[in-house]
Design a protein around this ligand. Structure first.
Ligand code: SF4
Length: 389
């Protein structure tokens, strides 16, 4: 059993569904928020009681738009967490927020409730791109949210950006990155847009109504970003994440190190006791499952909301460690750590794959650590595939 768990809470409410989004989130269902919070509190109790106050190092509220909840509602959830889990006094407690949903007062209250990190969904500073993505906020609201967060006492802020947008040239992307870095957040995430099936973007692209993003432009944007951010003191520590020294997202590091976390809420995923699981997607089904449950329904880490579970084989655990650990561009995967964890050497488990990928310059050894090369980062998904066959 690990010493410290991470907790993820999914808040599946949004004011409007952005055109590119395929997350488990729903617009126009805010009336269900109070009942959803009751269900979430019930799930916290059921899971928390199973193992007797497990130690927790990070808590993350993601979505959806968690910032649609009030600080008082978060206070209720956090009090439940503190009651049933042993939360570290230095725990990282993060909130994903849409810049169009916060105010000076709400940020002050969120800080007082215990949050110490906010991750803002900024995506772009270009008004036309924000409109195309159907974001509900303007870049002016990003600036305000940032300023108010600082005043409220938040000294750990992330800005989420998206590059490789349809028709987006290098210059527009450069303007976004320069404006955002000008604000001085501690952490920046930048992901290339993917056109997901079932989203308006996916449908428009299939019907020829949307310019398909150019992968070469996206690669150029990524390389430029890494160079600029490096010169500004933001180190790349994961393929899509940069930070000032000491501001790595501790919650996400838990995922990338393939360590255990509990997922609570509709559609949340978790990994504990060698079991990967996910909860029912729909808000109503989630609420129903938690309100009709009894303590006998629990088999850790599964609550009554769990609808999928898979017990990993030893081989699958090792494969997942490769897939997530190689995303960590500096840290990579320690051969010693791998041996201690699995009782098998890294090269015994994946000798052929490692030899092939190092020979073509996609992986490299740095002392005890295996990691992606600069070229390997650009085609990380192809590298990862080698470890799952
Ligand atoms: S705000 Fe985020 S979660 Fe909500 S629809 Fe937009 S991209 Fe999806």
């Amino acid at each position: 059993m690990p010493e410290t768990y991470s907790l993820y809470f999914h808040i599946p409410f949004c004011r409007h569904r952005c055109a590119y989004c395929d997350f488990n989130t729903y617009a126009g269902q805010e009336a269900s928020i109070p009942r959803y919070i009751q269900a979430l509190c019930a799930e916290i109790r059921l899971i928390g009681e199973c193992r007797g106050r497990l130690k927790v190092g990070t808590i993350f509220f993601g979505g959806g738009t968690p910032s649609l909840l009030t600080a008082a509602q978060f206070d209720e959830i956090l009090q439940k967490i503190y009651l049933y889990f042993d939360v570290d006094s230095q725990a990282e407690i993060s909130l994903e927020a849409n810049p169009g949903t916060v105010s000076p007062g709400s940020l002050t209250d969120l800080r007082a409730a215990g949050f110490n990190r906010i991750s803002y969904g900024v995506q772009s500073a270009n008004p036309e791109e924000l409109r195309m993505l159907e974001r509900i906020h303007s870049y002016r609201e990003v600036i305000d949210a940032f300023k108010w967060s600082r005043r409220a006492g938040f000294d750990n802020l992330n800005m989420d950006l998206i590059y490789g947008l349809p028709g987006q040239g290098l210059e527009s992307w450069q303007t976004t990155v320069k404006l955002v870095t000008g604000l001085g957040p501690e952490h920046i995430s930048a992901y290339a847009l993917t056109l997901e099936h079932g989203t308006p973007f996916g449908r428009w692209a299939a019907r020829g109504l949307l310019t398909i993003p150019d992968p070469d432009m996206a690669a150029t944007q990524y390389e430029w970003t890494t160079e600029l951010l490096d010169s500004l003191g933001y180190g790349l520590y994961e393929i899509s994440n940069w930070c000032q020294p000491g501001h790595e997202c501790r919650h996400n590091l838990q995922y990338w190190r393939n360590l255990e976390y509990l997922g609570l809420g509709a559609g949340a995923h978790g990994y504990a006791d060698g079991c990967r699981y996910s909860n029912v997607l729909r808000i109503k089904s989630y609420i129903d499952r938690l309100s009709n449950s009894s303590d006998d329904d629990i088999k850790f880490p599964l609550s009554p909301a769990a609808v999928n579970q898979h017990r990993n084989t030893a081989r699958e655990n090792m494969q997942e460690t490769m897939l997530t650990g190689l995303r960590l561009t500096r840290e990579g995967i320690s051969a010693t750590g791998f041996q201690n964890r699995y009782g098998t050497g890294l090269t015994s488990a994946f000798g052929k794959e490692i030899e092939k990928l190092t020979a073509v310059g996609l992986l490299e050894w740095s002392g005890d650590c295996l990691r992606l090369t600069v070229r390997g980062r650009l085609i990380g998904n192809q590298v990862f595939l080698e470890f799952v066959n």
